[in-house]
Write a protein that binds this ligand. Structure first.
Ligand code: AMP
Length: 322
């Protein structure tokens, strides 16, 4: 499949690399790294990484302006469905190649490389760039690592395999970079965010079946001088709460007139619930947007039911093994 992807890339003079709305480091870093590697390999092609950026991730690299697109190949990264493509002109592409690590939702491209056992799209690209002998340098290597580290929450998840470490070793060895630079770019934050985190910790609620959640209103955001993404960006900081199987950050977003929801789990599968509420994602890391806090309550009820079922099945299995 990698060979086929490269064959198609060679055919086009203009290549657009896009990813999902609501930019995150894996989506952004995968498109920047692939763009920069392809630019080194094909200096005469026009290769653009597009989509809305975010000031929070500006230190990871710059996106391109869309200009005079004709007869172009679209490489869509880290995006399982059409509704979340952050590039309005995607339908005009002559051909689409999708590379993703989300569970399959719908076919978008003529060529699709999907591996939902991989921790990140950056890991897939590490493999592709290495196997296809595409050019690399320390900056590309650092960008790929940043996306991988961010989406795997610093190697915490079971999607990390020996191959992940082999790839990281290969890039660190052959295209070295300073690890602390990566962590500084990803994790440095203003004190107002730390204070918001304290507020979340202090006010986290817990349902009967282990769903921890917080509702952050716009008033709260104003009080902490934070924006509607700030709370959700901290979702991975609540991984190891003994009583919580699922945890949810619910934030009012007055700019978009809706409610933003970030969900994580350490057991129950949650993406089906997120899908029911206009969202989606991975089995244990999902997100959604709902219209009001009342709808968020319904989502919480569904998550609580999923947690209850999970506990029941675990108990049954334990009893069988006794
Ligand atoms: P987040 O909590 O924003 O880090 O998102 C976790 C996962 O859920 C990522 O794979 C996202 O692509 C996916 N996701 C987040 N929000 C949505 C949404 N509104 N619709 C579909 N998928 C989403």
């Amino acid at each position: 499949m990698y060979r086929q992807i490269l064959k198609e890339i060679k055919k086009y003079d203009t290549i657009v690399i896009a990813r999902h709305i609501g930019v995150d480091p894996d989506a952004l870093c995968s498109q920047l790294a692939l763009r920069d590697s392809l630019r080194l390999r094909f200096p005469n092609k026009k290769i653009l990484a597009v989509g809305n950026g975010s000031a929070k991730f500006s230190s990871l690299g710059n996106l391109d302006k869309i200009e005079n697109l004709e007869n172009f190949l679209l490489i869509l990264l880290d995006t399982p469905d059409k509704k979340r493509i952050d590039f309005a002109g995607w339908g005009q592409a002559k051909m689409i190649i999708k590379i993703d690590h989300h569970p399959f939702i719908e076919k978008i491209g003529e060529l699709e490389y999907i591996d939902d056992h991989k921790c990140s799209t950056c890991e897939i690209l590490m493999d592709l760039i290495k196997k296809m002998h595409l050019p690399c340098n320390s900056q590309i290597s650092r960008t790929l690592y940043a996306g991988l580290v961010s989406d795997s929450n610093r190697f915490l998840f079971d999607t990390i395999t020996p191959q992940t470490f082999e790839l990281v070793t290969y890039y660190l060895k052959n295209y070295p970079f300073t690890l602390s630079e990566v962590y500084k770019n990803l994790y440095m934050r203003p004190i107002k965010e730390v204070r918001l985190q304290g507020f979340i910790e202090e006010n986290l609620n817990l349902t009967e079946n282990g769903v921890a959640y917080i509702k952050i209103t716009n008033e709260d955001l104003v009080r902490f001088h934070a924006d509607s993404a700030s709370g959700g960006n901290m979702i991975n900081d609540f991984n190891f709460i003994e009583e919580a199987l699922i945890w949810v950050i619910i934030t009012e977003d007055i700019k978009n007139s809706n409610i933003r929801i970030n969900i994580r789990s350490r057991g129950p599968v949650i993406n089906h619930v997120a899908e029911k509420y206009h969202g989606g994602g991975h089995m244990f890391a999902s997100g959604a947007r709902v219209s009001c806090f009342e709808e968020a309550e319904l989502l919480l009820k569904d998550l609580d039911a999923v947690a209850e079922e999970y506990i029941k099945v675990c108990e049954e299995n334990e009893n069988k093994n006794e």
